[in-house]
Design a protein around this ligand. Structure first.
Ligand SMILES: Nc1ncnc2c1ncn2[C@@H]1O[C@H](COP(=O)(O)OP(=O)(O)OP(=O)(O)O)[C@@H](O)[C@H]1O
Ligand SMILES: [Mg+2]
Length: 400
């Protein structure tokens, strides 16, 4: 017996061989399947816009928006990979840089990542944004490259550093000599619609931007996504159709593929730990409870302070009721702000908080039914017990 095995036995662990999941890497969030399920339409739209960047060296711009887990990041990555291959067959060189603006939220840090594609070890200081853009231009010209820059979570960049980089990249080379064989296209990705975080002046300079809105997945689409992962990552015969349908039905409330894949993975782990040879409904139920709390916690942790205050107001109000109007929620938010010595933000901003909480699936938002006046939305809490939500938020805000 090797020393490590000995330690495990002494500690009382039982390291069961994986009988359910065959390839855990295919369930990883960074893994992008060769084909995205039910996303042929958006893929085709990306292709029809960006085709001319290669064929006519035209700089193109596109914005992809949609709520959490609708496949924005995977779509942009899959597209870049496939597009590069398509162009390669035509003897054209396509390069792409995917930048997550949550981790790179200033123009130099974004450009550093882009330049890394052409000049690894480019010094991380000493060059201005304008100089970096000029160096990038030289690389593209010299090697006739068609570059796609994907700015994922672009709203974070704009919030932190303003829209200047978007402006420069979208005007990149507008005045170059005709006949040159390079281009720079921009794909902006965000949960928030672009008109919510870009000022009117920037919006008008970006007005030729093509918009691609990804809808939440339907139950049927989620079933297709789950089925694909079962085929890729599970031993044959371990997940039957009823289980796939059950997972799809649970996740359809959010339309979020990440949530569905996580429930599938957790169900597989539970079945394995149980010594079962397939996933049963009880594994899925248990996985749902577990996944829900993990996903919710990470979403809550990512919220800004004002969003937390807005959600806390809602959670307090919802203890004894099943829905509330936005007006009621705003009052509850004002009271919570007083308690935390914060100045409540205006009506428009409060509406934005509700939108982003809705996009994250932390609240349900729907337009008011008949008989209710004005532009009122109805707020619900999907599946999260109000009390638990309140406790978690209080804990995060450090005053339990
Ligand atoms: N159409 C699809 N087919 C197969 N897998 C998908 C599809 N859409 C999303 N997924 C998977 O779901 C997970 C979440 O997708 P992705 O990260 O692209 O969502 P997103 O819209 O970028 O979410 P967020 O707003 O949180 O960044 C990933 O594991 C991805 O592979
Ligand atoms: Mg994403």
């Amino acid at each position: 017996m090797r020393p490590f095995e000995l330690i495990i036995r002494m500690a009382g662990f039982e390291d069961r061989p994986q009988r359910i999941i065959s390839d855990i890497g295919k369930l990883d969030f960074d893994y992008v399947p060769e084909k995205l399920v039910h996303r042929d339409g958006p893929m085709q739209k990306l292709f029809s816009v960006l085709k001319s960047s290669v064929e006519e060296s035209m700089n193109q711009r596109l914005a992809i928006t949609g709520s959490v887990g609708t496949g924005k990041s995977s779509l942009s990555k899959r597209f870049c990979l496939d597009f590069q291959e398509w162009a390669g067959k035509k003897g054209q060189r396509v390069e792409y840089a995917i930048v997550n603006c949550r981790t790179r939220s200033t123009p130099p840090s974004v450009l550093l990542k882009v330049l890394d594609r052409f000049q690894p070890n480019f010094p991380d200081r000493g060059f201005s944004t304008a100089e970096m853009l000029e160096i990038l231009r030289k690389h593209l010209t010299k090697d006739s490259v068609h570059l796609i820059v994907v700015l994922d979570e672009v709203n974070v960049l704009v919030k932190k550093s303003g829209p200047d980089l978007l402006y420069s990249l979208s005007r990149f080379d507008d005045e170059r000599v005709t006949g040159s064989k390079h281009s720079l296209s921009l794909i902006m990705v965000s949960q928030q619609p672009v008109n919510e975080f870009l000022d009117p002046a920037t919006l008008s300079t970006l007005k030729r931007t093509n918009l691609l809105q990804l809808d939440k997945y339907t139950e049927n689409e989620l079933a297709g996504i789950v089925r694909q992962r079962v085929e890729l990552a599970f031993h044959p015969g371990t997940v039957d159709d009823d289980i796939i349908a059950f997972i799809a039905s649970i996740s359809s409330e959010f339309g979020d593929a990440r949530f569905a894949i996580e429930i599938l993975e957790n169900s597989g782990r539970m079945a394995n730990d149980d010594g079962s040879d397939c996933i049963g409904p009880e594994h899925v139920r248990a996985a749902k409870a577990m996944t829900y709390s993990v996903v919710t916690e990470s979403k809550l942790a990512s919220l800004g302070e004002q969003n937390r205050l807005a959600l806390l107001g809602i959670a307090r109000m919802m203890g004894k009721r099943s829905f509330a109007t936005t007006g009621e929620a705003e009052k509850a938010y004002t009271i919570v702000c007083e308690e935390f010595n914060q100045k409540p933000r205006g009506h428009t901003q409060f509406w934005e908080y509700l939108q982003s909480l809705g996009n994250l699936g932390l609240i349900g938002l729907s337009m008011s039914g008949k008989g209710m006046v004005g532009k009122t939305s109805i707020i619900t809490l999907p599946d999260i017990p109000a009390k638990a939500l309140e406790e978690k938020l209080m804990e995060l805000m450090g005053s339990n």
